[in-house]
Design a protein around this ligand. Sequence first.
Ligand code: FAD
Length: 321
Amino acid sequence: MKVLVFLEQRDGKLKSSALEALTVANKMAKGEATNVAGLIIGDNVAALAAEVKDYGADTVFTANSDGLGKYNVLGYTAAVKAACDEFKPDVVLGIASPMGRDLFARCAARLDAGLLTDLVDIDFNGFSGGVKPMYAGKVLANVKFSGSGLKMATLRPNVFAAESSTGAAVAKQLNVTIDDSKIKTLEIKKGKSDKVDLTEASVIISGGRAMGDASKFEILHSCAEVIGASVGASRAAVDAGYAPHDMQVGQTGKTVNPQLYIACGISGAIQHMAGMRTSKVIVAINTDPDAPIFSVADYGIVADLFEAVPIMQEKFKELLK
Ligand code: FAD
C-alpha cells in the first residue's frame, strides 16, 4: 500500500502532528519506507524535508513557491494533486487541523476520493476504515470506505504516537501551476495570544472550576511564564466564563499531548481526561484526596491550589535560575 502524507507547516515550522501521521502511514505500509512519501507545501520549505528523516518516508515532495507562502486552498489542492500524479498513492493522510479539514474536503472532491475525517483509531489491515467521535464525543462511530478508489483521511492530532523508523526523506521538488485568479490570500492575521497553541505545547498548566473567577487564572499565567507553559482549562471553567473556549482541554475541547500537564482544581471527569491522559507526566493539585484525577496522575498534591501554585512557581524559579 502506498501512502502520501500531507505534512502541515506554519511559518516554516512543521506541526508535531505531521510526525504522527507519518508514523501511521509507515504502519499502513508495513514499515516499507519506499511506499511512504511526505508532502510539504509553502515557500522556502525544501529544508524542512530533512526534519522528517527517520520517520519512515524515503521521499518528501516539496511544493515550493512564493504563491504558496500563505495558505490558499486552491494552490494547496493543486500541489496535492501534483504529488498524487507523481507518487500514485492508495491513501492520502493528513491531520484534522483547521487547515487539514479545509484542504482534504476540497482534495477529496477534486481527486474523486473517499474521505474519512478526524479518526482516532484505524484499521491498519488494508485501511478499510477507522473510528471517529461524533456528537461531541457521545458516540464513537465505525466508519468505512466504500468502493475501490483513492482513500483520504485526516487523523485527530495528539492521538497517535509518533515513533521513529528508518526513512531517507529525500526532498523532491514538484512543479505546481498555481491559478490564484479565484482566491488570493492577502494576509493571515494571528490570534492575539503569543502563547504556543495547546495542541503543540510541551508544558500545560490547566485550571478547573475551583479557579472561581477569570481573574484568578492570573496565578496560572504567572506560573506558566516561569516554566514556558501554555494555560488550559476544564469545560466547567470555560462554561463559567473563567477562560475562553480555545483553552478548553477534553473531549469537546482540545486533545493535548505535552511532556508535562499540571491540573489545578480539576476533578478528572472522563471527558476532561479524554483530552489529556496521554500527557507524559501528569501532576494534579486538588483538595479532595479521592478526586479521580489522582488515578491518572504521576504526582498528586492534596492541597489548595491557591497555596500550592505560588510555592511551585517559586521553586521553579529557583531551579531554572
Ligand atoms: P469539577 O468537577 O467541579 O471539579 C473541581 C475540582 O476542584 C474538585 O475535584 C474539587 O475537589 C477541586 N477543588 C475545589 N477547590 C479547590 C482548591 N482551592 N484547590 C484545589 N482543588 C480544589 N469537561 C472538560 O474539561 N473538557 C471537555 O472537553 C468536556 N467535554 C464534555 C462533553 C460532554 C458531552 C459532557 C457531558 C461533559 C463534558 N465535560 C468536559 C464536562 C465534564 O463532565 C466535567 O463536568 C468537567 O470536566 C468538570 O470540570 P472541573 O473538573 O473543572 O470541575
